[in-house]
Ligand binder design. Sequence first.
Ligand SMILES: Cc1cc2nc3c(=O)[nH]c(=O)nc-3n(C[C@H](O)[C@H](O)[C@H](O)COP(=O)(O)OP(=O)(O)OC[C@H]3O[C@@H](n4cnc5c(N)ncnc54)[C@H](O)[C@@H]3O)c2cc1C
Length: 422
Amino acid sequence: MTTLIIGGGWSGLAAAITLTQQGHAVHLIESAKQLGGRARNVQWQDQTLDNGQHLMIGAYDRMLAIMQLIGIDNNEVFHRYPIDISILDSEFSPLHLSTSGWLPWPLSLSWNLTKSAGVTGLIHVARLQTSIPRVLSTPDITVQEWLGNTKQSPRLIKQLWEPMCLATLNTPIDHASAHLLAKVLQDSLGKSKSDADLLIPKYPLGDLFPQKATDYIEQNGGKISLRTRADTLIVQDNKVQGVMTQGGQTITADQLIVALSPSQTSDLLAPLIKLNKPTEYPICTVYLQYSSDTRLPSAMLGLSGTISQWIFDRSEQTAGLMAVVISGPGKHETLDKKQLVEKVCQEIHQLLPAMPATVEHSFVIREKRATFACTVNVEQSRPQCKTAVEGLYLAGDFVANAYPATLEGAVRNGESCAKQLL
Ligand SMILES: Cc1cc2nc3c(=O)[nH]c(=O)nc-3n(C[C@H](O)[C@H](O)[C@H](O)COP(=O)(O)OP(=O)(O)OC[C@H]3O[C@@H](n4cnc5c(N)ncnc54)[C@H](O)[C@@H]3O)c2cc1C
């Protein structure tokens, strides 16, 4: 019995790997010419880049485990940095989040925060952290309300919580879910120091996972078909029979995993099951090619009060290449590419005068539907893996779990879907 998986993003691949490992036959179909979905390779000039700069953390344990399972050496493919981030702002002095120093975790983080935000800053952060269990056990509110309830200062809101909320939930604080942010903070800061480590991929994401996943699946008897779009699900007597592709081909299967983005899932399932279609928010990545000797003072930096939010030094991949990340909806969406590049360069130059005010080349990627919006009570609209149709299962980052749209959430849902199916 072969299981058909629709969608070759990280979730569909994780489901395929888990089933393959259990000796189960799989056939994965992917509409694009390559695997990887929202974490895929793109070509720019003669280089391979990510469609968007991704950042992972040490707490992504299922993602790391599945990579290891298929033979990826995580130490080789990621730079692992203890937290050491400065967030620059034109109004306030830099805020420094760091675990460096001799103090044990998490005191080291508190100590370094005290140095840049003062004792008051530390007290505010501690107040928010100790309120996490209460937030998680009461009805969901917005992050903004949570920050107000815990009396966070305007500086911390601007320089810490707003950027962190956008980076993790891709949703502005005035409608982001406090539950989801609390869960992220609990997992990344509440456990061991290594859970909070930042993992920055050394290689393009498409080379990192999809390529090795393909080898693993195919070498163990599975099949992957690219450029094959599922058009209609075939169901009879409430039981899955297979799929009709856009090219008119019928692929029979009595077990089916749909591992698509939220809007793609609800469109494909619409004739069968009505799913809530969540709002999806963009992420924009601006690649800036400076002269080859240009470097950031650290691997990544945060900027607050600006359109540019995070800047990553990609010099290891190409000397002088920087990736600027702009999460969520906002003013940047009204700028055309030229205006956006000019604005981003100016902002960086203003806060980091050593960086040139102009660039040699630039490349803007706007992923309009990068993630589902993590709004208040979004948890209630996330579907379960098992559907009312016999043999039909759902994976993908939107399926119910405790996380926002992340590679970890996508992998977890792929794995747990495969396990439920088995
Ligand atoms: C710019 C950007 C930056 C991000 N940054 C981070 C980050 O820093 N950290 C992090 O953890 N996460 C980040 N994310 C989120 C992360 O990439 C996603 O959560 C994850 O990739 C989702 O994987 P998925 O398999 O659930 O869905 P997808 O990746 O969307 O996979 C679905 C696949 O199905 C295919 N497909 C669609 N329709 C059909 C059809 N009808 N038939 C067959 N195939 C079909 C698509 O082509 C796609 O390959 C980012 C996302 C973006 C876009």
